[in-house]
Design a protein around this ligand. Structure first.
Ligand SMILES: Nc1ncnc2c1ncn2[C@@H]1O[C@H](COP(=O)(O)OP(=O)(O)OP(=O)(O)O)[C@@H](O)[C@H]1O
Length: 359
């Protein structure tokens, strides 16, 4: 079950050449600078861009081959872009019902009521499209794509035109989308935040080609990349809420790096969440500190290191008691500290996370 791409297209000076096999599940994100070809990849999957040498196969169906070109409206690949083109003469309900009526097949999986509930649109159903905020319009656009019963959802910077507050409101709706509706998503973005929060698999592009790709947690912590070397670099760790401590106002989470404590959050026990740990908030010790105010201390083994400058060193560790389930975390520390601790790959250490944020 996969999305297979072999693209070879040219437009003037620009060439897009890549070969990639993606899982047809979860969120696959394409990230890279403006003009590197992300939208072209998405439009090719959608059947909106065509070059004779391109090859696209979704699951067992060839969408584009040497003698085949399945037109866009027969692919089951529905696109949500930055500026949604909703029907202005219909209200929200009308837009969703129209999309459902045009779906290639009926599907209980994308029942209108469930789509409306999942995107929090109940109170907006009778609203004219022209009276919606930008964030509300995008929620309706996503709902409309779901009502169209997609086999795969293509999202081209769906949050890019929104202000920061609207983005933050919309992100939680996107988070569970792929899992809840069991639909694969290909997501194009410029935003590291969106990747850290949403992507299961990350494809980083540069100048029409793939720079590197892999599991998001692994890609964000690859020391040889601008993502890990950025001042804002962070690691992501999957976790599960296991208990709340009302007396101290804390929530406890189980994760591969160990038991994590956070300021209490209104999440049910059992909720699956992502933790984000900023590289600059991680410190390293050789022994487990006892007289420290830091709650989140985890055993780790140094995996690799890179000097960013004479003053700063990035250290990638594999964190967690159990080497089989340990996950990568990046620490940004001074080169002086790295030298004093004689850090080197293979060395056992403890990492302390001054703050752990939760998506
Ligand atoms: N219709 C077109 N005709 C000619 N060149 C095009 C066309 N559409 C895109 N291009 C060029 O193809 C290249 C890739 O564009 P594309 O939109 O795929 O990049 P992108 O990574 O999505 O950029 P952005 O993040 O700015 O949207 C760019 O150099 C662009 O100028």
């Amino acid at each position: 079950m996969s999305l297979e791409l072999k693209l070879d297209m040219h437009r003037g000076d620009f060439a897009l050449q890549l070969e990639l096999s993606l899982a047809a599940s979860g969120v696959n994100a394409f990230y890279g600078p403006s003009g590197c070809g992300k939208t072209s990849v998405l439009r090719t999957i959608a059947g909106l861009d065509r070059a004779s040498a391109n090859r696209v196969r979704f699951q067992s169906t060839i969408w584009q081959g040497a003698d085949t070109f399945v037109p866009a409206h027969r692919r089951g690949a529905l696109l949500v872009s930055q500026h949604s083109d909703l029907f202005p003469h219909l209200n929200v309900r009308g837009n969703l019902k129209f999309a459902a009526s045009r779906a290639s097949r009926p599907s209980a999986r994308f029942a209108l009521n469930d789509v409306v509930a999942h995107l929090g649109l109940e109170s907006l159903l009778d609203r004219p499209i022209t009276n919606l905020s930008g964030g509300e319009r995008q929620r309706v656009a996503i709902a409309r794509a779901l009502c169209g019963v997609p086999d795969i959802l293509l999202m081209d910077e769906p949050l890019a035109a929104l202000d920061q507050a609207a983005k933050q409101t919309l992100l939680p709706y996107l988070e569970q989308l792929s899992r809840h509706f069991d639909v694969p998503i290909v997501y194009v973005t410029h935003s590291l935040d969106e990747i850290a929060q949403l992507a299961d698999y990350l494809v980083v592009m540069a100048r029409g080609a793939i720079a590197y790709h892999g599991d998001t947690a692994a890609m964000l912590t690859r020391l040889d990349t601008p993502l890990a070397q950025a001042e804002s670099a962070e690691s992501v760790v999957q976790a599960c809420v296991i208990a709340h401590d009302n007396a101290f106002g804390l929530s406890y989470l189980d994760s591969p790096i160990g038991r994590v404590s956070l300021l209490q959050r209104a999440l049910p026990v059992g909720a699956e969440v992502r933790l984000r740990i900023a590289a600059r908030d991680v410190s390293i010790t050789l022994e487990q500190q006892t007289g420290s105010s830091i709650l989140n201390v985890f055993p780790a083994v140094v995996d690799s290191m890179v000097a960013l400058s004479p003053a700063l060193t990035l250290v990638r560790v594999l964190a967690g008691e159990n080497p089989a389930t340990a996950v990568p975390v990046v620490a940004r520390i001074t080169s002086l500290s790295a030298s004093r601790l004689a850090l080197q790959p293979g060395k056992s250490v403890f990492i302390q996370a001054k703050s752990v944020a939760l998506f």
